[in-house]
Ligand binder design. Structure first.
Ligand code: GDP
Ligand code: MG
Length: 288
């Protein structure tokens, strides 16, 4: 048996969350076309006959603009330290030099596989060029072109990863998919709807905290607070006559019921917490 920790690094929108979902086969990490949706280290656990791989999807590598971003950078560094294998993922149509600069700056010591993602959006010629570009870099032990979205070469990638993992007993029971609570994922699913339904600023000013998660007969009762920074944002989230918050609730409910395989009753509240992103106590309470 082989087992170990694998961390997925890459710029926002490279396809980290999509890859994690493709490998684990469950909607664990939230996926969005907007950047910076992943604020936490999300672990997904894959157990097969031959191996156990514990994946972590890190936040996009960004400048620490707010305190929140500093926490994100700490999370990136934290994952660097405990990995057996690193996956450095790029959008093949992104600027290779920029990606290389970021990967080089991380000064990685673990063996790293460079993933050229979105191969469905590139021609042979480009894939060949990118492969030789990254293969020559000191941090790179292997290059593979994949499509996380279409599941192209993901099995081959899993084989490459397994080859590099140390021999050892599994860390988690085989039926454990993740060590994070269901409560956390439920919050993420509500947050994902906010990303889907609102423009630019709102999602970045918002977080979601699940405060109630109770098993009742036939359903789970879930209560979540949507935290915003200003009253004006609160009214946008609620919408005219509660139109928007109803929409968030009904769309999130569908995903959550699918995820938990159970009926739920979802109650959403909107709370104003001025400057929650700058406040250490709030950040801690909200799990950052
Ligand atoms: P992250 O920020 O690195 O976690 O990136 P996401 O996983 O959220 O993906 C960003 C966007 O790229 C989403 O719209 C995905 O659907 C899209 N995407 C991810 N992988 C692929 C791929 O292989 N091909 C294509 N065409 N799009 C992809
Ligand atoms: Mg992501």
């Amino acid at each position: 048996m082989k087992s170990g920790f694998v961390n997925i690094f890459g710029r926002p929108n490279a396809g980290k969350s999509t890859l994690l979902n493709a490998l684990i086969g469950e909607k664990l990490a939230i996926v969005s076309s907007k950047v910076q949706t992943t604020r936490h280290r999300i672990k997904g656990i894959l157990t097969t006959e031959a191996c156990q791989v514990i994946f972590s999807d890190t936040p996009g590598i960004i400048e620490p603009k707010y305190k929140l971003h500093e926490k994100m950078m700490q999370a990136v560094k934290g994952s660097l330290e405990d990995a057996d294998v690193g996956l450095l993922i790029i959008d093949i149509n992104d600027n290779w030099e920029d990606c290389d600069a970021i990967f080089s700056a991380l000064k990685l010591k673990v063996p790293c596989i460079v993933l050229l993602n979105k191969l469905d959006k590139a021609n042979e010629e480009k894939i060949k060029k990118a492969t030789s570009f990254f293969a020559a870099k000191p941090y790179c032990t292997e290059v593979i072109a994949i499509s996380a979205l279409k599941g192209l070469n993901t099995e081959k990638l899993l084989q490459l990863i397994t080859d590099k993992l140390p021999e050892g007993e599994p860390f988690y029971a085989p039926d454990e998919m993740t060590d994070l609570s269901e409560r956390f994922f439920v919050g993420e699913m509500v947050r994902e709807k906010i990303y889907d339904l609102f423009e630019e600023e709102i999602p970045y000013q918002t977080t979601v905290l699940v405060h109630e998660f109770k098993q009742k007969t036939g359903l789970i009762k879930i209560g979540a607070n949507i935290i915003v920074q200003r009253e004006t944002q609160k009214s946008i989230i609620i919408g005219e006559g509660g139109r928007m918050i109803k929409k968030i609730g009904s769309e999130a409910r569908k995903d959550i019921e699918k995820f938990l395989s159970q009926k739920i009753f979802l109650e959403l509240f909107v709370k104003v917490r001025p400057k929650w992103r700058e406040n250490d106590i709030f950040l801690k309470e909200y799990g950052y």
